[in-house]
Design a binder for this molecule. Structure first.
Ligand code: GMT
Length: 379
């Protein structure tokens, strides 16, 4: 198949999923064309049948705001014409799905099918704003196929937008051959020189991630056991978190590493992943940690309970219940036997339910269904 992928290139789950999906599809022999305003992260390495097309957004004194939506539509038109795309896969609905719809209208009846994957705040937050809602609803309804990364997100879409449409749940995935625990003794020695336990969190530090809760959880954990905290990523709340770590006199035990491209070695040097989000449609970073044998302490929101099995691969608590999450963390980190069971179960769940090979199969089958005009697959 010839597949165009429109996505955000930035540090965030939807761009990661789009890039990993495109690479895997290219390795299976499909022609893949990424379309974005910058090179998507994780699009490393050369694969012959995978190319990247950059969207140029020109400025003009009249344009107070960059006009990305029409520029993206024009690039989709160009790539579809020259490369004869079968499918345009829009990752994160705003604005990719409406740009794809516009391109399809411009192209006329050339057979291009649009598949839109809903990722999270496109549905739960941004898309609900009055300035976007009608366009969101329309672009989802007009897509030839729609997938959501969790059952939670599918239900939210159907109820929030009053949409009567088949939405296929295709969960996020992890390459469990690449994401597996490796010997990271040197990194561990650097992070925790005196054998401390290592807690880790990876995110884009947006308020919805509640990263200050990670720092507060760590404060309670460190009162009971020797521990270090590693924070990976960057975003609006990072400065506040650094300030909080100083105020709580934790700064010597908390490492802010910023954005990192090599996560496996850092995850392999850690013991527990904390994800105390206010809203999380899936939680890809938690899945990557689980593949590296790390249990997860999470909140009971969105798709997280579909990923983290309470009492088996980690624990789940209410949003903001820092004390309970700290209690769970201490419980796991102080019981070797229980920790080993949770750690093995985390890896097993990642391999059995979310391995890339299986989920890429689901996408391939879904594309075939959309191209054949058949109704959606069922779960
Ligand atoms: O929706 C967002 O906040 C952005 C998006 C992203 O690009 O990081 O994250 C969402 O998509 C990820 C990949 O499918 C999911 O793993 C995240 O749970 C989801 N984020 C939220 O729902 C907050």
């Amino acid at each position: 198949m010839k597949i165009g992928i429109a996505c955000y290139p930035t540090y965030g789950g939807s761009g990661v999923v789009a890039a990993e999906l495109g690479k895997a599809l290219a390795e299976r022999g499909h022609q893949i064309h990424f379309i974005s305003y910058a090179m998507p992260i994780r699009l490393d390495g050369f694969i012959g049948n995978m190319v990247y097309h950059e969207v140029e957004v020109s400025s003009y004194p009249l344009f107070d705001f960059p006009l990305y939506t029409p520029a993206l539509a024009s690039k989709i038109v160009e790539v579809t014409k020259f490369e004869r795309l079968d499918i345009l896969h829009a990752h994160y609905a705003i604005p990719h799905a409406i740009s794809a719809y516009l391109a399809k209208q411009i192209l006329g009846n050339n057979g291009l099918k649009i598949v839109t994957t809903l990722h999270g705040t496109d549905i739960t937050l941004v898309g609900l704003e009055p300035s976007y809602l009608p366009v969101m609803k329309f672009s989802i309804e007009q897509s030839d196929g729609v997938t959501a990364v969790s059952r939670f997100l599918r239900e939210k879409t159907l109820t929030n937008y009053h949409i009567n449409k088949d939405i296929q749940v295709i969960p996020n995935f992890v390459d469990t051959k690449k994401y597996q625990r490796i010997d990271a003794a040197n990194i561990r020695k650097n992070l925790a020189p005196n054998g401390e336990k290592v807690l880790i969190h990876v995110s884009n530090f947006r308020p919805v991630k509640r990263v200050p809760d990670v720092v507060r959880i760590f404060q309670l954990v460190r009162q009971k056991i020797p521990a270090k905290l590693v924070l990976i990523g960057d975003g609006p709340d990072r400065s506040y978190c650094e300030q909080l770590a100083r105020e709580l006199d934790l700064i010597h035990d908390v490492k802010f590493l910023g954005k990192q491209s090599e996560l496996v070695c850092l995850l392999s040097a850690s013991d527990l992943f904390i994800i105390p989000s206010q809203s999380e449609s899936f939680g890809l970073s938690a899945l990557e940690a689980m593949a590296c044998e790390i249990p997860v302490v999470a909140t009971s929101v969105g798709g997280l309970p579909e990923l983290v099995l309470h009492g088996e691969t980690g624990y789940i608590a209410e949003i903001g219940d820092v004390e309970r999450m700290a209690k769970y963390a201490i419980d796991l980190l102080t019981s070797d036997a229980k920790y080993k069971l949770f750690s093995a179960a985390s890896r097993r769940r990642a391999v059995e339910a979310f391995d890339a090979e299986k989920v890429i199969d689901l996408y391939e089958h879904y594309y075939e269904h959309v191209l054949s005009g058949q109704p959606a697959l069922t779960e």
